[in-house]
Design a protein around this ligand. Structure first.
Ligand SMILES: Cc1cc2nc3c(=O)[nH]c(=O)nc-3n(C[C@H](O)[C@H](O)[C@H](O)COP(=O)(O)OP(=O)(O)OC[C@H]3O[C@@H](n4cnc5c(N)ncnc54)[C@H](O)[C@@H]3O)c2cc1C
Length: 390
């Protein structure tokens, strides 16, 4: 199982540790169940990243294959795709990392990427290059055997598939899980293998391992391996260059705000008035305003002033938006889909206003106010104003 170890100019991203923790758990179970000795290998690209290789081993990797090059300092899709694909296809390199690699090895069995802006992009181009499938935004993984009968893939006959990675993806606001399988064609007329079975993993859902911090010792004693791949680039590879890099922060400042008031599709019955009321409430408690992802698609008809101010991607909280950890997060008319929760679950205190007692946001809330925002918010606003004058 290969895991892309993502970092930001040398600072490892949490999702890298989370994926390695999950990969370790999955492959320990896999090796026990199938009496095999298959490894977790982290793939690490960047400049001056050798030290990070030890962090990857502490986090669960048996081995790390790294490529250190000034052109790899920041992710660039064409270079990263080329290097990652070359690494995972290079049998002798993989054998150096994992001695148990079979002589028939062609491509990995499984691959994991982070479902963030880098991993989502690179996973798609790498899997296109490796000619296999990709499940995106997964939050549960299971390896199991399964018998499938399929008109085309198995020519209508039941066929046993072994070592299948069941990739679960939350859909329909997280109320349903879609199970995605990447299966070989066992029908002789269209026979074809699909490997690796690969996915991008939502940040924040898997638990990293507790670091034991003895990676150096394990490498010295040969229990873990660090292998270097030396990439070579031609002029075509380098036709895009980074000449200047600037991180542009938006002016909303959700990340820096102690209080955030977020609203979602629950405003639907009277979008204009409800957004205005939420705006007033946020001003009263000195909060910044955030939204759920669907609101950024501007699903409701509201005045252009409100649309331009609030229904914009820069205010989205979640796996496709900001990850914030304010002291107080107030979720108004938000159901609490997994994709939203990963953006706000580090908040100190969460208050939710929602008429649905079964809304998943309830489990994430310290205070759940069951009711329509149109009733609850005016009472809150009046009480807070009353507190100010008393
Ligand atoms: C790949 C992918 C990435 C995604 N990334 C993100 C992301 O980053 N951020 C994100 O937010 N979503 C994201 N989503 C979408 C996510 O799965 C949910 O669909 C979305 O979060 C739901 O938004 P919502 O809670 O506003 O709407 P809904 O799920 O429709 O919930 C509306 C809630 O409002 C309540 N309500 C109804 N009437 C009222 C009322 N009068 N007063 C108060 N409450 C009321 C309802 O009970 C309900 O719980 C992503 C989805 C995918 C597939």
């Amino acid at each position: 199982m290969f895991v892309l170890f993502e970092h930001d100019d040398g600072n490892a991203l949490n999702v890298s540790y989370e994926m390695l923790g999950e990969a370790r758990r999955l492959m320990d179970e896999f090796n026990g169940r199938y009496a095999l000795d298959e490894k977790v290998i982290a793939v690490l690209l960047g400049q001056n990243v050798r030290e990070l290789a030890y962090r990857a081993i502490d986090a669960g990797a048996d081995a790390v294959i790294f490529a250190d090059h000034e052109e790899l300092r920041y992710p660039r899709v064409n270079l990263y795709t080329k290097v990652i694909s070359a690494i995972v296809r290079d049998r002798s390199l993989v054998k150096q990392a994992a001695q148990s690699t079979s002589d028939e090895y062609v491509k990995p069995r499984y691959m994991l990427f982070g479902a963030d802006s880098i991993g989502r992009h690179i996973s798609s181009t790498v899997l296109a290059e490796l000619e296999s499938g990709l499940a995106s935004d997964v939050n549960k993984l299971v390896i199991d055997d399964v018998t499938i009968t399929h008109q085309y893939k198995t020519n209508g006959k039941p066929e046993l598939y072994k070592h299948v990675l069941f990739m679960y993806r939350p859909d329909f606001s997280g109320f349903l899980w879609t199970q995605i399988l990447c299966l070989d064609n066992k029908n002789p007329a269209i026979a074809r293998e699909y490997s690796p079975q690969a996915c991008s993993v939502i940040p924040g859902v898997f638990k990293p391992l507790q670091y034991d911090g003895d990676a150096r010792k394990r490498v010295e004693e040969g229990y873990a391996r660090i292998v270097e791949y030396k990439p070579e680039f031609n002029s075509d590879d380098l036709r895009y260059r980074i000449v200047r890099r600037q991180i542009i922060r938006d002016e909303i400042g959700l990340e820096d705000s102690k209080i955030v008031v977020a609203f979602g599709r629950g405003i639907k019955d009277d979008p204009e008035d409800n957004i205005r009321m939420i705006e007033g409430f946020a001003q009263l408690i000195n909060a910044k305003v955030a939204i759920s992802l669907p609101l950024s698609k501007q699903p409701f008809s509201v005045s252009s002033a409100l649309k331009e101010r609030y229904l914009i991607p820069a205010r989205v909280v979640g796996s496709s938006g900001k990850k914030i950890a304010p002291k107080l997060y107030i979720a108004i008319g938000i159901s609490g889909a997994m994709h939203h929760l990963v953006g706000m679950k580090e908040s100190d205190t969460v208050i939710a206003i929602n008429p649905d007692p079964d809304a998943p946001i309830k489990d994430e809330s310290d205070i759940f106010i069951q009711g329509r925002l149109e009733y609850v918010l005016p009472i809150l606003i009046e009480s807070i104003k009353g507190m100010g004058s008393s």
